[in-house]
Design a protein. Structure first.
Length: 298
């Protein structure tokens, strides 16, 4: 007897929430490989990044958005906020990510942006920080009163079992239709783009709170020679003092940023990487629309 044909499902899923609730960590866990940068510094995701994961007959296409920026009105932030709104408009499902047991004003502002009638799942992340699960029940009740979520999923993005459970919950909400990407696709972003993101992540991780988040990375060169990748990138900062912070005493910090980025890129690209880094000052770039476009912001 012939095997029953299982219909293919495929859908776009937006991952939204205020900065620093663990959206990029969740995205990487769902895709099964790092494609979105993570940092303790809020606002490190700047672009809409698509990650793809196929499970059985279903293709999950995840859209990791910037955390909605409430506090600043620079052109960079207006650009980020436009990216969030555009992402919400054309997806099949929204994962609204909050910290389990917490809901503040910034969470409320993002929640207010969810389009009416769009199915949304409440993902209560960082569950490992909650001592007793029973403490979450009153909080979950208040969250249900705030919005008609289709599901509540308390998880830790670091728990593989929790991530697998989330796939099973998402799947029925995706339409039956052919897949959008090849079965082995991981992301719609190029290796060149990912190289810039990895350098930016190391920049923020190794400078901590010293460096304002209005610093960026531009990849000037990405060349493939067999199993070698030659990459040259410029770190753009707004002030001479920031340049000193990035370079560090005797160039030590810049060397470490380069070394950590190179090692991670070699793992990600499965190739030998030769990486050159430069630091340049461009004051006011984050409030200049033409600079933003030249640096790759949509």
């Amino acid at each position: 007897m012939a095997e029953p044909v299982v219909a293919q499902r495929c859908g776009l899923i937006a991952i939204v929430g205020r900065p620093n609730v663990g959206k990029s960590t969740l995205m990487n866990a769902l895709v099964g490989q790092k494609i979105s940068i993570t940092s303790k510094k809020a606002q490190t995701t700047r672009h809409r990044i698509t990650g793809v994961r196929c499970v059985g007959a279903t293709q999950f296409v995840f859209v990791d958005t910037p955390g909605f920026q409430m506090r600043h009105s620079a052109a960079l932030n207006r650009n980020l906020n436009r990216t969030v709104l555009a992402s919400l408009g054309d997806v099949d499902l929204v994962l609204f990510v909050v910290e389990a047991g917490r809901f503040g004003l910034d969470d409320a502002k993002v929640l207010a942006l969810l389009p009416p009638g769009k199915p949304a799942i409440l993902v209560a992340n960082k569950l490992d920080a909650i001592k007793r699960r029973s403490d979450l029940l009153p909080w979950l009740k208040t969250m249900q009163e705030r919005h008609a979520f289709t599901e509540f999923v308390p998880i830790s993005a670091h728990s593989p079992a929790d991530v697998e459970r989330l796939f099973a919950i998402i799947e029925p909400h995706l339409p039956e239709q052919p897949w959008l990407y090849d079965a082995d696709a991981l992301t719609d972003r190029s290796d060149r783009f990912l190289a810039g993101e990895i350098v930016r992540e190391k920049l923020f991780r190794l400078t901590g709170d010293e460096l304002p988040y209005t610093s960026t990375v531009v990849v000037d060169k990405f060349e493939e020679e067999g199993n070698l990748r030659r990459i040259a990138a410029t770190i753009i900062v707004e002030r001479d003092a920031h340049k000193g912070m990035v370079i560090g005493d005797g160039g030590e910090r810049l060397k470490r940023i380069g070394s950590e980025a190179r090692q991670e890129l070699e793992r990600l690209l499965d190739a030998k990487v030769f990486l050159e880094l430069w630091v340049k000052v461009r004051s006011g770039w984050a409030d200049d629309e033409s600079h933003l476009r030249s640096y790759g912001y949509e």
